[in-house]
Design a protein around this ligand. Sequence first.
Ligand code: FES
Length: 125
Amino acid sequence: MTTSHTPPTTPAASSRPDSYYQRHIFFCLNQRDNGEACCADHRAEASFAHCKQRVKELGLAGAGQVRVNKAGCLDRCAGAPVAVVYPEAVWYTFVDQADIDEIVQSHLQNGQVVERLLLPTTVGR
Ligand code: FES
């Protein structure tokens, strides 16, 4: 006796729903207590809060637009503080609120990568 087997189907790319957010930025806020490099030691929480505030002020927050999220360690601690923007998978390091303002206005709002703030690909933990 033979049986037929129908492989599971996956939806074609064209039938997938659009991304819920246009862009999603994750800020590492990890704190280490053992003296190793970490984003929390570089004012990551303040940068996260500033980004969230600016995104709201510019009317960019919400479905179909931008989401700002906290993250745990992203394993690129040597470049702390770090954040990553999806769907482009662009990694940033930054110093102050002016840097965050530039990321928000250039990348999150207009889709232009801020080259001067890119985290080098060689930076890891
Ligand atoms: S502590 Fe921020 S990437 Fe590891």
